[in-house]
Design a protein around this ligand. Sequence first.
Ligand SMILES: NC(=O)C1=CN([C@@H]2O[C@H](COP(=O)(O)OP(=O)(O)OC[C@H]3O[C@@H](n4cnc5c(N)ncnc54)[C@H](O)[C@@H]3O)[C@@H](O)[C@H]2O)C=CC1
Ligand SMILES: O=C(O)C1=N[C@H](C(=O)O)C[C@H](O)C1
Length: 232
Amino acid sequence: MKIALLGYGKMGNVIARIAAERGHEIVLRKKAEDNFDGLQDADVAIEFSVPTAAVTNITECLNNNIPVVSGTTGWLAHYDEVTQLCETKKGAFIYASNFSLGVNIFFELNVQLAKMMSKLERYNVSMEEIHHTQKLDAPSGTAITLANDIIANTNYINWAIENPKETDIFIDAKREENVPGTHTVNYVSDVDSIEIKHTAHSREGFALGAVVAAEWLTGKTGVYSMKDVLGI
Ligand SMILES: NC(=O)C1=CN([C@@H]2O[C@H](COP(=O)(O)OP(=O)(O)OC[C@H]3O[C@@H](n4cnc5c(N)ncnc54)[C@H](O)[C@@H]3O)[C@@H](O)[C@H]2O)C=CC1
Ligand SMILES: O=C(O)C1=N[C@H](C(=O)O)C[C@H](O)C1
């Protein structure tokens, strides 16, 4: 496949290497200052840029009939308009807050745990996410997915990164040097705690998942998720 990379930073570099190892050709490596020359030659685009650029990048792909996989976080206020454009243009689009297989299993575990814990009033849930200090958004997209899945299955109403109300899930967003991404969901009662945790050891898992998603998306139309890609 010919792949356009929209965003060529920490993730773009790892994706380029894994895509090459899987026999793909990179036809565009777009950074902030670059234009979209080369996008027309691509079979699929993989978009890992910055929150303020994601919607423009995805829109450019959909308007040019290029299937697009986006992993950029922090732009989801515009998700509905992007998926609407995808439907209108009969395009192909996948967004995931986290493309790694391990985290997608962790998402399923989180839903099952939330369903069980919803019946037990003596437990309070909170979350912690730790990422490298260059990260622009907080909380992480992954933490938001985890929180929304808990909210959908319990009496919690919202999430908050400071001054949580009783009906909010508190997310402690920490920034430490060189941490690829660690997420913990913690249920605490007076007598015990139950904790589930995912630790990324590198960016390889995110990047491989994005390339697999791009391979899967090519030739399809519609809006999909990693659940579709992984069949879980
Ligand atoms: N969904 C997932 O599995 C994962 C998502 N991410 C997300 O991916 C995004 C990128 O992460 P990193 O690569 O670590 O960031 P980074 O800061 O290392 O790279 C971002 C790149 O985007 C480029 N960029 C800025 N404006 C652009 C524009 N208008 N068009 C194209 N490129 C532009 C920058 O020049 C830079 O090369 C973040 O939002 C992060 O949260 C990161 C890891 C995994
Ligand atoms: O910015 C990152 O690095 C990461 N971002 C994603 C997120 O916001 O959840 C996924 C991963 O945790 C790494």
